[in-house]
Design a protein around this ligand. Structure first.
Ligand code: HEM
Length: 460
């Protein structure tokens, strides 16, 4: 409504909200050296994590060092080593969907959580009630209460963080929770250390960091290892499962898209094995579905954690002072009619053919679901691999259909805008039909799931 660059003033502090992908790429990608810090998070950043969590860390040496740790553990070569986990977990996901299709939301969550815990700590999640997952979820939930605008005066008046603890019960509670949170993350990292000493630790991000710790004592601290790995689950689990939920919603509401993908899968893969990584170059329509899912309903509706600038700058005649908060409004960007016609329709063809009457998207991915510049999601490749293997296999194995009322026979009516509130958003719970496509596929799926179980044994 207000254009591609909007300024909102909170007292004397400006926040810029970007609604055009070109402006976002011009500022956040091309001038990344200026726009890659984070705004000050007094409560969640400074008091709760001592700014040891990458997500809220301001630009600077500590951020550069932590970002390097992430890159080394999530580079293409490292991601290759995680592929067998994603493959085996997706086999388990298909069997869960076959046996209890009505619980698909829970299965998708378990799949995403297990991939992340395996990658982070080298141990899998068989059930979402797993005590580690519960404790990590509890920590994440508490953290989300710390970031609610207006919840803490200290966010507007940072000097309040200096008030002595005995006069500030709110601060005492945050510090107690912070200590418990450190114990949890250090305990998880030390558990990997113990398993390494016993010769029983499968490859993981934490193991990799402990090896670096041993090779170059002094380069990393235990706390840095614990907090780096601790950020992985929070940043990677919900985002991946929410994207998968949007995918299922899209397939329910746009069945003609799933039918086209199945034609491609039958032609390229057949029915006596499920799709795998080597099929990727031959599955362009499936790849386009993944991109369209990330565009159609981006999880991080406001672009994830806000960026902040570190230097005065001018853009298109506007002055942008240092310290400005910048939000890439992904919802507006991905539904900007200059780039996407009928943007709320689910049309993978956007990524395969030139679209008349629209401008080319200014980023080679064709969307910005993973953010921008030096802050771009370091888990992008891992997430894309998780999405590829699960989405192609679900399409290969199942027909997804609208829920039909067993009494009246009426088809459910869906609202594709019914999403949860918050910075990360996912579809409100919905029902749909998920049925295996043929007996031959059922047999293949059950056979492959057994192989997956065997592979995952070492992660139990
Ligand atoms: C579909 C899945 C995912 C989506 C849509 C997603 C999206 C995002 C977005 C939008 C940002 C903010 C980027 C910016 O500030 O410009 C981000 C940051 C981040 N993501 Fe992801 N992400 C996903 C999966 C993952 C995974 C699997 C991991 C870990 C392996 C991960 C780790 C992180 C971290 C640590 C950051 C903070 C980076 C920083 O502040 O420097 N994400 N992600």
């Amino acid at each position: 409504m207000y254009g591609s660059l909007v300024t909102v003033w909170t007292g004397r502090r400006p926040t810029i909200v970007i609604g055009d992908p070109k402006v976002a790429c011009d500022l956040l990608d091309r001038r990344s050296a200026i726009y890659s810090s984070r705004p000050r998070f007094v409560v969640m950043g400074e008091l709760f994590t001592n700014n040891d969590s990458l997500l809220t860390m301001p630009h600077g040496d500590k951020w550069r060092k932590t970002r390097k740790i992430f890159h080394s553990g999530l580079l293409r070569r490292a991601c290759e080593s995680y592929k067998p986990i994603q493959e085996a977990e997706s086999q388990r996901l298909l069997r869960d969907l076959l046996q209890m299709p009505q619980d698909f939301g829970r299965h998708l969550e378990r799949y995403a959580a297990s991939v992340m815990v395996c990658v982070a700590y080298g141990r899998r999640v068989d059930d979402l009630d797993d005590s580690i997952v519960q404790r990590i979820y509890e920590r994440m939930q508490y953290m989300s209460t710390l970031n609610v605008p207006g919840a803490f005066w200290a966010e507007s008046f940072p000097l309040l963080k200096l008030v002595p603890d005995f006069l500030a019960p709110w601060k005492r509670e945050i510090k107690q929770r912070a200590a418990a949170s450190s114990r949890l993350l250090l305990g998880l990292a030390q558990d990997v250390r113990r398993r390494m000493n016993e010769g029983d630790a499968p490859p993981s991000f934490t193991k990799n960091l402990w090896e670096k710790f041993d090779q170059n004592p002094g380069e990393l601290t235990e706390r840095e290892i614990a907090y780096a790995t601790g950020s992985l689950f929070g940043a990677g689990s919900d985002t991946s499962s929410s994207t998968l939920m949007s995918f299922v919603l899209a397939m329910t509401c746009f069945p003609e898209v799933a039918a086209k993908a199945q034609e491609e899968l039958d032609r390229v893969v057949g029915r006596d094995r499920s799709p795998t990584w080597s099929d990727e170059p031959n599955l362009p329509y499936c790849a386009a579905i993944i991109k369209e899912t990330l565009r159609w309903r981006p999880v991080a509706v406001m672009g994830g954690t806000p960026h902040a600038s570190i230097k005065d700058d001018y853009y298109d005649g506007h002055f942008i002072p240092a310290g400005t908060t910048i939000l890439g409004n992904l919802w507006a960007i991905h539904h900007n009619s200059k780039y996407f016609k009928d943007s709320h329709e689910f049309v993978p063809e956007r990524y395969l053919e030139v679209q008349e009457g629209t401008e080319p998207y200014p980023h080679r991915d064709g969307h910005s679901a993973f953010g921008w510049g030096r802050r771009i999601c370091p888990g992008k490749l891992l997430a894309e691999n998780s999405l590829f293997i699960s989405i192609t296999r679900i399409l290969w194995a199942f027909n997804i259909s609208k829920h039909v009322d067993p009494v009246s026979g009426a088809e459910e009516v869906y609202n594709t805008f019914a999403y949860t509130d918050g910075f990360n958003s996912k579809p409100q719970p919905f029902r749909c039909g998920i049925a295996v496509r043929s007996d031959q596929i059922r047999e293949t799926l059950e056979r492959e799931a057994k192989l997956g179980d065997r592979f995952l044994e070492r992660y139990n």
